[in-house]
Design a protein around this ligand. Sequence first.
Ligand SMILES: Nc1ncnc2c1ncn2[C@@H]1O[C@H](COP(=O)(O)OP(=O)(O)OP(=O)(O)O)[C@@H](O)[C@H]1O
Length: 796
Amino acid sequence: EAESMILVSGPRVAVSGLRRADCRAGECVLFVNAGGCAIQGDHPSANLFSSDSFFQGGESIETSENIVQGGDYPSLYSSARYGDFTYRFDGLAPGDYYLDLHFAEIVHTAGPTGIRSFDVLVQQDKILSQLDVFKVVGGNRPLQVLDIRAFVGSNGAITIDFKGVRGNPMVCGICIRKSPATPAKLGTRGSGLCKKCLTDVEISSPIQKRTAKLISKYEKQIEELTSQCNIKSDECSMAWSLVESTNQELDRLKMELHQKLVQTDNFEQVLDTQTDQLRKVSQNYENDKKLWAAAISNLERKIKAMKQEQALLSLEAHDCAHAIPDLSKMIEAVRALVAQCDDLKMKYHEEMAKRKKLHNIVQETKGNIRVFCRCRPLSKVETSSGYKCVVDFDGANDGDIGIINGGTAKKTFKFDRVYTPKDDQAEVYADASPLVTSVLDGYNVCIFAYGQTGTGKTFTMEGTERNRGVNYRTLEELFKIAEERKDTVTYNISVSVLEVYNEQIRDLLATSPSSKKLEIKQAGEGSHHVPGIVEAKVEDINEVWDVLQTGSNSRAVGSNNVNEHSSRSHCMLCIMVRAKNLINGDCTRSKLWLVDLAGSERLAKTDAQGDRLKEAQNINRSLSALGDVISALASRSSHIPYRNSKLTHLLQDSLGGDSKALMFVQISPSDNDASETLSSLNFASRVRGIELGPAKKQVDTAELQKVKQMLERSKQEAKLKEESLRKLEENCQNLESKAKGKEQLYKNLQDKVKELESQLDSKTHSQITSEKQQSQLSGKLKEKEEACTALQHKVT
Ligand SMILES: Nc1ncnc2c1ncn2[C@@H]1O[C@H](COP(=O)(O)OP(=O)(O)OP(=O)(O)O)[C@@H](O)[C@H]1O
């Protein structure tokens, strides 16, 4: 390896340290321990390795490490001159010399190869080229380059240049030896000194000439050869530098190759990772693709179903649109029915008016003042006292009642109705109820109970909580009818409760007693009222009982003895009805008086004194004033004496004229009260206008017959009218229900059309949304497929 680095022939290489045996005596001129100090030794030619000198540049380095195969002088290789340096040895005799160079790599002992290479130039001629000691022997091992020829000219100097090619040059020792063949000096005669080898040659003179010729010839040839050699050297040098640059390029390319290989490895790793990722992406894509495909097919199914549904809805809508003309016809029919219904309603109201008129006629034929006689049962006290019943009820059904007086004599009275003690409150009221209807039709009505104390006046009018009387039942029926008629008439009902005692009016609903005297005033034509009196508005029957109880309780408060007081005052309940006909707008204002009169016993029997006498007188006066008014009315007198008492004055509106009156004459069945009973019945007969005696009972006068026939005809007519009215009502109701049914059907159809239209809208909307979704998904799928295809291309 080292030999390839030697450029000239002659030098040899030794890969071990200097041995004593290798040294030849007398040859060594100088032995320099480069980079170190002088070493004493038994060197055959010089017993001293001189310390480092003759150098220019560089620096010394040493190692303490062992020099392997260091020969007999290993310390020579432990030091070295290092760097860019030159050795120059002066003062040498001209002639041939040999140089031995000693090297060891003591710095980079573990390599690598090529870290240090350098050229060595002797006398400026390159002897060693790119010497790499480590490459030849490794670290801490000697390398000797021996027998390098050097010619010392007249300047007596040898220069050795160390030039780094890579890294700094390094040398451990330099030995200068004399060439054994070098002559000491050329002779003076016939001798010459060879310019090249400086050897003294002895020559004769002819030869000398020839020799000189030859020498000059050879010297010319030598010069030519030298110039050729220089040219070749230059060429070589150029070739060498080309080789070097090529080697450098090669190294660079190797490095690049290495880097490329590393990069390739990295790329392969990246590629592997990317391949894995791509595989995963591809797998995900396949899964997604399946899912999308399923979603798309699902959506397609939905769209198909929606389209079918839409088609059905369209058909339905179409049908509905076709049905609209039918609907229009139906609407027309319904309108016609409604018009018919309105017409019928009008007719119905006309008939109602006629019915009222007829009813009125019937009432009038019965007599404007009707009298019902009611007899209470014998009380326990009376029974236990042994009193007997003197009342004969045999003709009660025909309105006849007889009083057995004195055993055989019997006086008979005829009334519109006779109630035996067995008849209950409901039966009594049933006959009075038609009058109630009259008040709602705008007539003034008066119902009063007359009779001796204890005969049941209060029982008939007020009744008890379990056996409610005429007052409560009247109001109950008023509200019932008002409710039935609410579509055509609105009623406003209010109630006042008064007491007339000793010709004084007292408001029984007043919350605080008033010192002011209540007086009767005329409000308008035929209308009277008591200013300041409480008119309690009652909305329904539940409030009525409370109002009646309030009045009843206030009446009781007036006296310690309830019965005593109540029998001496007139208790008057006034029901005021304001009606508004919703069809024709007619308004009416009517009054219903329900009067529980004071006891009518005769003054003589009571044997009263003082206040009681005054009370009795007042009662008698007012009752006889009532009798007078009724008589005057019955005889159609031009003057009716209403103002003779507070009682008749108050009742003025409701007694006579268009108003209707009903009197309950209450009697006791007891023989103890017989005379009072007869008196009451006589009064009642007078009121009724027809006083029937026993002889007149069977008398059937022509007038009476005529009236009866009229009554019968009226009854028939009324019945027929009622029947036709009922039919009309039924017809009307049927038409109304039909109209309602048609209206409902029309409404249902309209609702159905609306519902179908909204369903159609929502279905169309959802279909559009689904189609959008589908196109979006298809777009995404396409994008993914393209991306996948690109990735697959990349992988392959
Ligand atoms: N038809 C009847 N059936 C049963 N009991 C009756 C009947 N009529 C009256 N009574 C009873 O007779 C008694 C006297 O009746 P009520 O007080 O009504 O008489 P009155 O005529 O109002 O007396 P006054 O004039 O003193 O007020 C009461 O206990 C009542 O319950």
